[in-house]
Write a protein that binds this ligand. Structure first.
Ligand code: ADP
Ligand code: F6P
Length: 470
């Protein structure tokens, strides 16, 4: 019998992926993305069960315990991976919810598989949740789970949090099974978003599409109240500060700068290789500043770390070609032997190395065309200590609502991006430190633990620490 929990998180991904090494051995490695970064410390604090996919296909690994979290893997077949994950989640919903910056594709068979897989996740939650337990469903891959689960287990308290933007009504209306998605979400007691505007879009959509009445942020559904609200997600700020202050990380930061030839300005980008992140436009801004003679190779160097992501989805393949072509062009035109202008890493790096890169970078460029939050921006700030540094941040990242002392820019305006980058590079150290301190203070109080607490309090859950039974 499955181990039962009073606190259950349901997310597409587990915090670890099972990977097969070249020798055929199975290994677990941290999985990518902001959702895992945010939820891992929450689950470590509250214990409970994490239901999710282990990253491979075929039979799911057996449930196991990891750092106080009970891990309950859900299987996906190869066809489900293609239709539910790559198709409906990442070629339909992901682009649609990100302002359709790439054209969403709509396919009936993807929708059907999305339903089947959502049902499987709901069943897994119904199986492991204790009587009256709290189940917190995460993100756009699982929008049907709240209503499916409510039908199976009306005794549960169900929360849902969307990590990515929620689109305006006119965009949402493109989706062929829009009413089903909306009803799916309305199965929750509380639906959380990154931004106030997203919560307002949702409430208005419920009236527009289903004729439901609402008062404030509360929607009336079948005699129940469903609340919507904004809960901006964050990072484990203290942990990130501690990591960056570690002498070995500081030493590595110095070494990185030395390996780069001790330039005046190190510019850094860190993202999943995703077309919403604006990687190309930031490379182009850098190239144009080199071409204009406003920056010189040797004085300024750029590092772009891009984690491989969703590599079988067409838009991602096209993006990779474009980014790599742009990196090649910049280095071809402006690099010197032994001194490239851009250092490009298409790989994931471990936490210590990432913290060292943040600590080494004078300017961090976070330039998404649209982003629910962007935790990279927050991580950079937490890693700066009192050494200043500048964040160039897109107005279209959720983080821009909070990080007002960054150098804000409109990523659709190339001159605006160049201008923000130059202002960041040329700002006085005292001004940079002042800006950084304000943002650091904000992040110390608005950390991931506060995010989780605020959401769970609003959901009406008191103490969530789990005392699971076998
Ligand atoms: P998203 O959830 O869309 O991927 P976020 O910026 O919110 O974007 O979160 C990304 C998370 O993944 C951050 O915690 C960041 O540290 C991590 N990350 C991004 N790129 C890399 C990389 N190349 N190597 C290791 N971690 C990365
Ligand atoms: O936060 C957005 C998000 O899509 C998460 O849901 C997801 O886990 C992460 O980014 C990484 O994406 P993926 O799981 O598709 O690799």
């Amino acid at each position: 019998m499955a181990q039962r929990s009073s606190f259950v998180v349901v997310a597409n991904r587990l915090p670890v992926d099972e990977v097969t090494t070249p020798d055929g051995d199975k290994q677990w490695r941290p999985s990518p993305g902001g959702l895992v970064t945010a939820l891992h410390p929450v689950l470590t604090e509250h214990h409970g069960t994490w239901i999710g996919w282990a990253g491979g296909t075929g039979d799911a690994p057996e449930p196991f315990d990891l750092e106080g979290i009970h891990i309950h893997p859900v299987p996906l077949s190869g066809e489900e991976l293609e239709r539910y994950y790559e198709g409906q989640s990442n070629a339909t919903i992901w682009p649609l919810y990100h302002d359709a910056v790439e054209t969403p594709a709509y396919k009936r068979r993807w929708r059907e598989t999305y339903r089947v897989v959502n049902h499987r996740f709901a069943q897994a939650a119904a199986q492991v949740a204790d009587e009256g337990a709290t189940v917190w469903v995460q993100d756009y891959q699982l929008q049907l789970v709240p209503s499916m689960l409510r039908e199976m287990r009306p005794d549960l308290r169900i929360g849902f949090f969307l990590h990515i933007p929620f689109p305006p009504i006119e965009l949402f209306m493109q989706m062929p099974f829009r009413a089903e998605i909306l009803r799916g979400l309305l199965g929750a007691d509380l639906v959380g978003f990154q931004q106030k505007l997203a919560a307002q879009n949702f409430v208005r959509l419920a009236r527009h599409l289903l004729g439901l009445r609402y008062e404030g942020q509360s929607i009336q559904v079948d005699g129940r109240k469903v609340k919507a609200g904004a809960f901006p997600i964050s990072i484990d700020t203290r942990e990130m500060e501690r990591l960056a202050a570690d002498p070995s990380v500081q030493a590595r930061a110095k070494q990185i700068r030395a390996e780069l030839g001790d330039p005046k300005t190190v510019i850094l980008g860190v993202d999943r290789l995703d077309y919403t992140k604006g990687i190309e436009l930031r490379l182009k801004a850098f190239r144009e500043l080199l071409a204009d003679g406003k920056l010189n190779v040797g004085d300024a160097v750029m590092i772009q770390v891009a984690t491989p992501s969703r590599e079988r989805v067409e838009h991602y393949q096209t993006l990779r070609v474009k980014v790599e072509r742009e990196v090649g062009r910049i280095n071809g035109e402006f690099g010197k032997v032994g001194t490239p202008a851009v250092h490009y890493l298409h790989q994931s790096v471990d936490k210590q190395e990432l913290a060292a890169m943040y600590a080494a970078a004078d300017v961090m460029m976070v330039t998404p065309l649209r982003d629910g939050m962007n935790l990279v921006a927050k991580e950079y700030i937490a890693c700066r200590g009192d050494s200043g540094g500048a964040l160039v941040l897109s107005e279209f990242a959720g983080a821009a609502t909070e990080l007002r002392q960054s150098f804000l820019c409109n990523p659709h305006d190339p001159d605006g991006v160049k201008d923000a980058l130059l202002r960041a590079i040329n700002a006085e150290p005292a001004e940079l430190k002042r800006r950084m301190r304000v943002m650091q203070r904000h992040l110390r109080t608005h950390d991931v633990s506060r995010w989780a607490k605020t959401f769970l309090d609003e959901l009406g859950v008191g103490e969530t620490s789990d005392d699971s039974e076998g």
